[in-house]
Every structure is written in structure tokens, then in C-alpha cells.
Design a protein around this ligand. Sequence first.
Ligand code: ASP
Ligand code: MG
Length: 468
Amino acid sequence: MGTLVMKFGGSSIGTTTALTQVLSIVLHEREEWDRLVLVASALDGVTDALIEAAHLAQLGNQRGYRRIIANLRTRHLALIEELPLSTTERTAIQADIDRLLFDMLDVYQNMSQMAEANLQQAFDATIGVGEKLSARIIAALLRQNELRSVAIDSTSLLITDEVYGNASPNLALTKAQITENLLPILERGIIPVVTGFIGATKSGKPTTLGRGGSDYTASVLGVCINTNEIWIWTDVDGMMSADPREIPNARVIPALSYEEVAEMAYFGARILHARMIGPLREQRIPLRVKNVFKPQQSGTLIHNLPPERSRPIKAVTSIPGLALMTERSGVISPISALVDKTLFMTAHNQADVMISSQSSTRSLVCFLIPTSAGPDAVHTTRQTLEENLNENPETQAWTIQPVSIVTAISANLDEFPQAMANIVQVLGGIRIIAMAQGPSNCSLSLVVDTHNAEETLERIHQLVISTG
Ligand code: ASP
Ligand code: MG
């Protein structure tokens, strides 16, 4: 008994079959725990569609965004039609959906005339609507099944900074909001379904937490209510030794430490939001990643795990990055400053310069594009950087090359020099542009040409399999 926070990802709520699973999971877990808190993502693909609609609104393409919103409306209404809801519930949600979408169209109307600063706010005010829709649908489904439940917009719970598009919650302020607005609901035995991904600034402006941000919502809520565990429900069996779309024989990792999973998320494992781990690690809150369609399986447990001596390399990830190079050596601060500024402008993200190295005749700066920046970030960042490099005499001599950063995840790598030697050896023949061991001692990252990424992944995964 105790408190459990469960987050349901887009693919675990997008169909009636999936929602029926969600219902049976909640019915089961309410017998096991005193208090349940649910966090909902938008249905699969909805956030992508909302981002596209906002871009069209920015361009003043009224027909374009109206078409997208009409499709989203149809999709949500169809889902509600298929669910066994009472007429009262159904009518109430339909009205809610129409109101939310209508308000959004209002914002879209003005976007083509907005200044940059207001535009970012308008994006955040609109791209989180998918979560509001899905939270309402889930809460209604629970109510229909004799559970007391209410949908809550996390704009009244998560107080964030003003980094629109990639905001971070302020834990102290958020905790105060939660004490006021969430705890009383829990005390009354009601199951709140909280919208993931969104928050608000101190002055009440809506923000979003970066792509995949619902995980982060679950983590922040969990920490603030001192939950016993957090479960992330998804449509894969847990954290995998590699992305199964790239490596078909990837397998589930039964247990990981906070450090290992944080490195995996940071270096491109798309299942978890990279910033969700920090708060959990501090409070030692166990996290599980489970498949909504196979709830009996234990999935992956992330906790305070002592290093395993027998299994040095657990996983391999890959993430796109950009390498900047020049045929001379000298100060690299102007180039890092430019990268910082560009990534912030294009992807609302702080740049993480991952590797910088210099010889007497060359300099290299390499950074990765975080998955929270969204799928277009590599392209837009590269384009903007290219334009800016040429404008500044200090950076004119630099060139850009897209790269892949392939990372081997392994507990206490510093104690296993043989594991590092094995990685380098297995990559014989592949050009390694740069290499870095993470300060957490859990990761070894290799920067390779994009066309070598797959081969690099495959070969390191062979090591995962053969040493596992
Ligand atoms: N719906 C948001 C996204 O697609 C947040 C999430 O799914 O966690 O990025
Ligand atoms: Mg996710």
C-alpha cells in the first residue's frame, strides 16, 4: 500500500483496445495502493499534428490549420463514440473538446502577426491541448466504471521557468501548488488524471516541458507527493538494449541504475525524457517501465542498483549531433557561444557541447541534439548555424558536419577498462571522429559519420549480447 503514480504514453491510450487495458490496470492497482495518480500524454501523433498546425497558423495558412484541427476533432470524437460511456459523460466531453479546440483556433487567428516572443508563448498555449483532451477521456472512462476520477490540467500544478518549449518545473513552487490543488483530491479517494507535458509560469502563462515531457510531469508529481513508485506505461516491453526498430534482436533490460538510465535517455533512448531521472534519483523513488499490453510482465525496474560485475555493457543508443571543425587551433569560445545561441533559438534547448578537442592544427566541437527538441531540430539547427557561421568573421572558417553519437551504456566503466578496449576493438575499420567517456562513468560515446551509425550500433550491440 502507499502511493503510485502511473503515466500512460500516447501509444498506450490511442485506441479503445488500449484504453480498455488502461482501465483494467487501474482497476487492478487500486486494490494494491492507497492512492493512485495518473498522468496522461496526448494520443499518438496528436502533438506532432498540433505543432504542424501552429506552424501553419504562424504562416497565416488558415485552411491548413483548420484541416488539422478538424481531423483531431474527428479522431477524438470517434474514440469517445467507441467507448462505453453514458450519454451524459459523452455529451459533456464532446462539449469540452469543442471548447478547447475553439479556444485554440482563436489563438491561431492572431499568430501570423505575432512577434517572436509572443509566438513562442502561443505555441506552448496550443501544443499541449492533446493532453487536455486525453486526460478528460480517461477520467470519464474511469468514472463510468464506478471509480471516482477527475481530469486536472497541470497548469494549476506545475510552476515552471519561462523556457517556452522546454520548460523545467520549480519544485518548491510546484509542491505548494500540489499541496493546495492535488492532495485534497487524493485525500478524498479520487483518482486524478493529470495532463502530462504542460505547466505554467509564475504569472500563469502556459509552458511545455519538451517532447516526451509527460514522463517529467510524472516524475515531478511523484517527488512532490513523495510517491512510493512511478510506473511509465508504454507499448514496448521496457528499456531495451537498443532501439528495436534499428536492432531487431534488442532485448529488455530487467534492471538499471538511475545513472545508467539517465545516460540512456540523454543519449537518445526515446522511451524516457532525459530530465525526469534527476528528481527521482535524489529521493530514490523506484521507476518501472512497463508494456500496457502485457501488464503481468515486470518490464524494467530503475532503482539504486549496485554495479553488476558480470555484465559490463548493457545497452547502446544513438542520437544525432553536429560536429563543427576548423583547420586551425585557437579559442573555441565564439563557436560554443554561437552553438548555444542557435540551439536555443531553433529548438528552445540549451546546447550541450559534448566533446571539444584541439590539436596544433585542428579544432573540433561536437554537440548532440536532444530528443526533447523534436524531430526537425537537427535540420533547422544545422541550417541556422550555417547561416550564422558565415556572418561572423570569428567563425567563418568553421564547417559543419552532421554526425551520430553512438553511446555504450555500462555500469562503472572506469572499473572495466576491458569493456572499453572491447568496444574500440569491435569497431575496427569504422572511422571514429571523437570519443568521450561520460563523467558519470556509465557511458562511452563515439562520434561517427552518420552513414556509419547503424554499423557502429550493430557491432556494439553484439558485445551486449555476447557479454550478457
Ligand atoms: N505529447 C507530448 C509529446 O508528444 C508529450 C509526451 O508524449 O510525453 O511530446
Ligand atoms: Mg515518451
